[in-house]
Design a protein around this ligand. Structure first.
Ligand code: GLC
Length: 682
C-alpha cells in the first residue's frame, strides 16, 4: 500500500509515474514537525532495525549510524566523512525486527538530509524543504516494498546487450591511434572487448558535439571500423557549453534563451573543462528538446552509446565568486598573512568549486515558471539525461542506445544508468562499490557499476584483479582511470592470462546476467539484493555487509582486502560453491549453511548457487572478440538441487525495444543426479 502526503507546493519532478491519491489521514508511521529548514519526518528505530537504500552514498548496505545529504556534488574524494555524492536518491526502507517494515520516498529535488541515527542512535530523521511529497510504502516483505516503490517510479532503463560486455576507458585517449592501441592491446591478448570510451579529449577544445578533426581525421570511418571488430565507441557529453561566439551550440543557446539565467536575466557563467561555460536549461522543455537534438550529429556518425558527465552541474568556479575572491586575495598582497588569515585564504579558494551560493544564484525557466536552481538542484543530471533519451526516441525510436550519467535523481532511472563517479584505486572503494550496488538497485538504478580498478590514484595488479572478479557481476563492467594515473588496461600488467580468464568468465556468464537484468527490469525487481531480502527469517543475514545476491540463482562474496587469499563467507542455506580459474576449469562443492573460511586465490572467481537453482554458462570460442560472438544455440548449466532445479531464461535480440512478454519466457527444468554441473546443450 502506498500513501501519499503533500506538503506546501512541490515542484513536479516526474519521479513518480503512478497516480496515487493524496492521503487525507494523518501520517502515522512517522511524526512530522516544522523546522526553520523545512519539514521534518522522524521515528524511532529499534537496536536491530536496519535501513536500506539511499542509492549512491558512502558507507555500508545498512545506512544506520550516519547522515546523508541529497544534494548532488562533484566531489572526487569519496572518504567516509562525505555526506553527499553525485545523486539524489531519496528512497529508503526501514526494516524493523518487531514491527512491520516500511519504505519512504521523499520527492523533493532540493537539499534533503537523512539523519539515520547519527545524531541520536535510535532515531531516523528526514529533513526536506516545505514543498515536498512524501510516499510511505507498506508491504508484506522487503522485496514487496521495493517492488511497489519501483511500480510507483516506473520501469528501469534497458541497455543494449553489447553494453554487458567488457569496456575500457581512460581520461587520456587523445587520438585515433590511442583508440586503436587499446583495441589491438585487448585483441592481441585474446581478450574480448565491447566498448572503448572517448573522454573529453576527443572534442575540439572540450566543446560538446564537436570532434577534433586533427586527432580524429575520419571519425565516422573510425566508428565503423571499430564496430566491424565488435567495439563500440562511447563519447562523453558534458553539461557545460563553452562560451565562444561562432560555436553553433553556444550561439543557438544564447539566441533562444536556452541557458540558465542569473537573477537579472543574463546567462549564468561558470567554469568547467571548456573554461567559461553556460548551462543548458534542461528543465525547460524547449531547451531540453534542443539540447537532446544535438546528439543526433554523433548518432549519424555511427555512435550508439553516450555517458553524460559534469551534470550536478559541476561548476569549478563562477565568474562572480572568482572575481570577489581574487579581489580579496589581491588586497592582502602586501600583508604577510598570519596563520589565521592564511587558512582563511586557503578555505576561500577551496570553496570556489560547486558552491551552494552559486547554485542559489541562477534560475530555470520551467515552462514559464522561474525557479531557483537550488530548489531543484538534483533534477539537473536527470533532465540532461532525459533530454538525450527523449531525443533517441525521436531519432532512433526502435533501437536501444547505451546511456548513463554521473548525476541523477529517482526518475532518471527510466532514461539511463549511472556510474558511481570518481572513486580511487583503494581497497576500501572496492568494498564501497559492492555496498553501493543494492542501494542503487533499490532506487531503480539497475544499469550501474563503478570505475573498475579505481579512477584516481595508481591501481596495483592485485587490486585490479580483485575488482574485476567483482566487476564481472555488475551490468556496467568498465575499467576507467584518470589522467596522470598508472595505465590501467589489463594488458599493462603481468599475468595477462589470468586477466583474460576472468574477463572470459564474464562473457560466459552473460546469458545469465543479461537474463537476470532483463527480468529485474521488466518485473520491477532487484538484480542485486542484500541477503536479508532473500532470507527474511535469518537473523544473521541483515548483518552481512559484503555479500550480495545476484539475480535469482547466485550469491557472491567478493574478496576486497589487500593480500587476502580468501575470506569468511556466510551461507544462509546449503549452497553449491563454484570455483573457477577459467571458464573451462571449474570445481564445484556443496557447502553447508553457516560460516566458512573460503580460500580464493588471486586468479580465481568463486560464487555460490542457491539450492533448487541453476544458471546457464556460455561455451566460448577461443577467439571470441565481443558479445556478438556468444553462441546462444546451447549453454552449459550449473545447478544445485536434490531433485529438480529450475531456471527462467530470458533472451532477446539485445537491440530492439520489443521485449519478450512474460508469457513467453522459457522455463528450463533439469532433473539433477546430484549437485554440480550438468553439461546439457539446450
Ligand atoms: C570527471 C568524470 C571522469 C572523467 C573526467 C574527465 O571527473 O567523473 O570520469 O574522466 O571528468 O572528463
Amino acid at each position: 500500500m502506498i500513501s501519499k502526503y503533500v506538503f506546501g507546493q512541490p515542484v513536479e519532478t516526474g519521479a513518480a509515474v503512478m497516480e496515487v491519491p493524496e492521503c487525507t489521514q494523518p501520517l502515522s508511521l512517522m511524526q512530522t514537525e516544522q523546522t526553520p529548514e523545512g519539514v521534518r519526518f522522524f521515528c524511532g528505530m529499534d537496536r536491530m532495525d536496519v535501513v536500506y537504500g539511499l542509492g549512491e552514498q558512502m558507507r555500508g548496505i545498512n545506512k544506520r549510524g550516519f547522515s546523508y545529504i541529497s544534494y548532488a556534488t562533484d566531489d572526487p574524494v569519496h572518504t567516509e566523512s562525505r555526506h553527499a555524492l553525485y545523486g539524489g536518491h531519496n528512497f529508503l526502507i526501514l526494516s524493523r525486527r518487531n514491527l512491520p517494515s516500511f519504505g519512504v520516498f521523499v520527492d523533493d529535488p532540493g537539499r534533503v538530509v537523512f539523519d539515520v541515527g547519527e545524531t541520536k542512535l535510535d532515531r531516523l530523521e528526514i529533513t526536506a524543504s516545505c514543498d515536498c511529497v512524501l510516499y510511505v510504502i507498506e508491504g508484506d516483505s522487503l522485496n514487496d516494498i521495493a517492488g511497489q516503490f519501483r511500480k510507483l517510479v516506473g520501469r528501469s532503463y534497458i541497455a543494449p546487450k553489447w553494453a554487458f560486455g567488457y569496456q575500457q576507458s581512460r581520461w587520456g585517449y587523445t587520438n585515433e591511434a590511442d583508440v586503436c592501441t587499446v583495441v589491438n592491446g585487448y585483441h592481441g591478448c585474446g581478450i574480448p572487448l565491447d566498448a572503448v570510451y572517448l573522454d573529453i579529449d576527443y572534442m575540439e577544445n572540450y566543446k560538446d558535439f564537436t570532434v577534433d578533426r586533427e586527432r580524429f581525421p575520419d571519425f565516422a570511418g573510425l566508428v565503423a571500423s571499430m564496430k566491424e571488430q565488435g567495439v563500440h565507441l562511447v563519447p562523453i557529453i558534458d553539461a557545460g557549453v563553452k562560451v565562444e561566439p561562432g560555436y553553433p551550440v553556444y550561439d543557438e543557446g544564447v539566441a533562444n534563451n536556452y541557458f540558465c539565467k542569473e537573477e537579472d536575466g543574463t546567462d549564468f557563467t561558470g567554469a568547467v573543462w571548456p573554461g567559461r561555460s553556460h548551462f543548458p536549461d534542461v528543465l525547460n522543455s524547449a531547451a531540453r528538446e534542443w539540447f537532446g537534438s544535438k546528439y543526433q550529429w554523433l548518432i549519424d556518425q555511427g555512435i550508439d552509446g553516450f555517458w553524460n558527465d559534469m551534470n550536478e552541474p559541476s561548476v569549478f568556479y563562477s565568474e562572480k565568486r572568482l572575481k570577489s575572491i581574487m579581489d580579496e586575495v589581491l588586497s592582502m598582497k602586501e600583508e604577510h598573512p598570519d596563520m589565521h588569515s592564511f587558512w582563511l585564504l586557503k578555505d576561500k579558494l577551496g570553496s570556489l568549486a560547486n558552491n551552494r551560493d552559486d547554485y542559489k544564484s541562477f534560475y530555470h525557466n520551467m515552462d514559464g515558471v522561474k525557479v531557483c536552481h537550488d530548489k531543484v538542484h538534483n533534477l539537473y543530471g536527470y533532465h540532461m539525461t532525459k533530454a538525450a533519451a527523449e531525443a533517441f526516441d525521436r531519432i532512433v525510436p526502435d533501437r536501444r542506445i547505451l546511456l548513463f550519467s554521473r548525476s541523477s535523481y529517482i526518475g532518471m532511472h527510466r532514461y539511463g544508468g549511472i556510474w558511481t563517479g570518481d572513486n580511487a584505486s583503494w581497497w576500501s572503494h572496492l568494498l564501497l562499490s559492492i555496498q553501493q550496488m543494492p542501494s542503487l538497485n533499490l532506487c531503480g538504478i539497475l544499469y550501474t557499476g563503478s570505475d573498475i580498478g579505481g579512477f584516481g590514484c595508481d591501481a596495483t595488479q592485485d587490486l585490479l584483479m580483485r575488482w574485476l572478479e567483482f566487476g564481472i557481476f555488475t551490468p556496467l563492467m568498465r575499467n576507467h582511470a584518470a589522467f596522470g594515473t598508472r595505465e590501467q588496461e589489463v594488458y599493462q600488467f603481468e599475468n595477462i592470462g589470468d586477466f583474460r580468464n576472468i574477463i572470459r568468465i564474464r562473457y560466459g556468464l552473460v546469458p545469465y546476467l543479461y537474463s537476470e537484468y532483463m527480468k529485474a527490469a521488466l518485473t520491477d525487481g532487484l538484480y542485486f539484493r542484500p541477503l536479508a531480502f532473500d532470507y527474511p527469517a535469518d537473523a544473521h543475514a541483515p548483518k552481512v555487509e559484503d555479500q550480495l545476491m545476484v539475480g535469482e540463482s547466485i550469491m557472491i562474496a567478493p574478496v576486497y582486502t589487500q593480500n587476502a587469499d580468501g575470506r569468511y563467507v556466510y551461507l544462509p542455506q546449503d549452497m553449491l560453491m563454484v570455483r573457477m580459474k577459467s571458464l573451462e576449469e571449474r570445481h564445484c562443492e556443496v557447502l553447508k549453511k553457516g560460516h566458512h573460511y573460503v580460500d580464493v586465490a588471486l586468479n580465481e572467481v568463486v560464487f555460490f548457487v542457491k539450492k533448487g537453482c541453476m544458471l546457464p554458462m556460455a561455451v566460448l570460442d577461443e577467439n571470441i572478440k565481443s558479445i556478438e560472438g556468444i553462441d546462444a544455440s546451447g549453454y552449459e548449466w550449473i545447478g544445485f538441487a536434490d531433485d529438480t532445479a529450475e531456471y527462467v531464461l530470458y533472451d532477446d535480440d539485445g537491440l530492439s525495444k520489443e521485449y519478450v512478454p512474460r508469457s513467453e519466457w522459457k522455463k528450463v527444468t533439469m532433473v539433477m543426479a546430484g549437485a554440480g554441473t550438468v553439461n546439457v546443450r539446450c
